[in-house]
Ligand binder design. Sequence first.
Ligand SMILES: [Zn+2]
Length: 429
Amino acid sequence: MSLLEETKKQFADPSPAYRPQPFWFLNHDYKREELEWQLEEMRKQGVGGVVLHSRHGKSAEYMSREYLDMLAFCVDACKKRDMVVWLYDEDNWPSGTFGGKLTRRHPEYRMRYLRLEERRLAGGAETARLDFGQNARLELNHFQHVTIDKYVITRVDKERLLRRGGDRTIGFDSRVGIIGCGSIGSQIASALSEVGMHKLLLIDNDKLTFENIARHICGASDVGKNKVEAVSEQIASRFPHSQNTVYHGDVLTLLRDYESLLNNCDFTVVAVGNMNAEFRLNNLQRQGIIDKPILYVWVEPYLAGAHAVFVDPANTGCLQCLFNEDHTFKQTVLDNPGQYAIRESGCQSAYVPYSILEVKRFINDLMFLVQDILAGSVKENVLFTWFGNLTMHRASGRQISPQWEHEGDYGIKRDPISSFTGCEVCIAQ
Ligand SMILES: [Zn+2]
């Protein structure tokens, strides 16, 4: 065929390379019939190929097994139709951030910039503040008839602020994981920040709602945000040097993809109120996959009681040791707390009212345990039991468990887990 003939033929019936090859947004369920149907419709209309492009709304996570299987299917389906395939190398747009995961895991790679700000000030004594975020605040004191009288640069770095705040040096460089950023988790994150721990890894898959805010550290202006981001911003607004990392997603999914993630933390607080997640973590610890300590925290209905279980895999006893075979907790403060609501951490749909003052009292008491953990003075695995206002609960007709019959209001107990009949796994060891 001559070049002219070939050219004519290509004009009449272009080969795939000369046909449109649009971005195909893969933003829904990956049903094979639907994918094949859409592709076939495009081919019929003269489309010569597609760019397979992951977008918001898809049912499978980017780069998950399901996602990769779908890509393989689409590549095959294109091949069958002699269509060209392009793989777009990113989740959503723009490319280069791995769907935002890169900068979430590595905040040091975030964009940095220099900002020039100009202010015109009216006469009279007036102070203009230039806020440079985490690094410095520049104060310009302006007086009448003088353009600029002096600059004052205020250091707001961590060492200076915290030393000025008092003796708060414990755990300065500790990295602490917090799973669950509801009422309890957010209060713990805030309390840890107050004592100088500014490398938190926050994990939660929820968004903040109006129902949450009465007992949460975040308020109405944060409603609708992902809890992890709202908590991180709230803490950063108080402690500009905090270096928290956040993961918005389900902890079980995260652990499936990255079982040893929590080993990057010196210890992890679990406040999800989800027994599946707690026992999964306990198993990962017993298998040696998680080799760092975990502190499980949850509260009982009406905050009649609250519990924290500290498990360092190097010590005897585990979370399971504190549960009966029917998965009920051995040391409940309320007798049969399930009759009031499911066990909750303060962030779930089952809503049992308790007051913010009691939450704070519990968290405050709990922080002394955390302080001991970080100081290395907790040498065995312990159950921390906190009692609420038992007099009031008894008066309200709530049954207190028989073993706490003589317990007073707002008491605290620390019992070694080894003092309980252990679970099968621990006994066998
Ligand atoms: Zn055990």
